[in-house]
Design a binder for this molecule. Structure first.
Ligand code: ATP
Ligand code: MG
Length: 225
């Protein structure tokens, strides 16, 4: 099964904060899951651990059937590059690169892509799928927040990942752009990607297949919808 599975995952930071206290969650391909919860409840920690950006203290992470706990850093980086795409609140675009060049960045570090003009063509196609056809030559500073986030989504899709993980993707956007971003993420889940969004934006409930609530490091599996 293609899925991200977290089994009884706990995270205690070095300073002693217990950010996750036995979280279990499965994100399957084609599914849009939203995790909501108050500030400090552990949402970003959950996303970082599900996305192999940080280690858990105990529990298991299984991606597409493979347990990741014993894998070395290079293998983890390879899984991250090929299977996971990330979207963040503050976009994290390179301000010195044009929109299409930002979208190309993950392809440049993927040895599977070798031909630069093919990469550019793919980047332009991805820009089109997120509705940015007329903005590909723009630098991030020349784009609206919503457009920048769409560049970030296109970049997350660069290596055709199975999953998109988004941390507060509409945190810096107005309500019109919020809808555009959630609709885009919804479209991706319908096209077969597994989408995990952590957010305190209530609007996400209209798009998610399942809405879970994080409270003090515990994930409540009662569906709020
Ligand atoms: N790197 C870190 N080192 C130590 N403690 C941390 C670290 N990152 C987060 N924490 C603590 O872990 C808890 C959970 O933090 P987390 O960032 O996951 O919350 P969150 O739900 O994403 O909050 P927000 O909605 O404000 O983004 C908080 O108490 C926070 O202070
Ligand atoms: Mg957070």
């Amino acid at each position: 099964m293609r899925a991200i599975e977290l089994k009884n995952v706990s995270k205690i930071y070095k300073n002693g904060v217990k950010a996750l206290a036995g979280v279990s969650l499965t994100v399957k391909q084609g599914e849009f899951i939203a995790v909501m919860g108050q500030s400090g409840s552990g949402k970003s920690t959950l996303l970082q651990i599900a996305g192999l950006l940080d280690d858990c203290t105990s529990g298991q992470i299984i991606i597409n059937g493979n347990g990741v706990s014993r894998l070395n850093k290079n293998v983890l980086a390879d899984i991250r590059m090929k299977s996971l795409g990330f979207v963040f609140q503050s976009f994290h675009l390179d301000t010195h690169l044009k929109a299409y060049e930002n979208i190309m960045v993950p392809m440049l570090i993927n040895a599977e892509y070798k031909n630069k003009s093919a990469m550019k063509e793919r980047a332009i196609q991805l820009a089109e799928t997120v509705g940015l056809t007329n903005r590909i030559e723009h630098y991030p500073g020349e784009l609206s927040g919503g457009e920048q986030q769409r560049v970030a989504i296109a970049r997350a899709l660069a290596n055709n990942p199975d999953f998109i993980l988004a941390d507060e993707p509409t945190g810096n956007l107005d309500s019109k752009n919020e809808i555009i971003i959630f609709e885009e993420l919804k479209r991706l889940s319908i096209s077969g990607k597994g989408v995990l969004v952590v957010s305190h934006n209530d609007a996400v409930k209209d798009y998610a297949d399942r809405v879970l609530t994080m409270k003090d490091g515990i994930l409540e599996h009662t569906d709020e919808k």
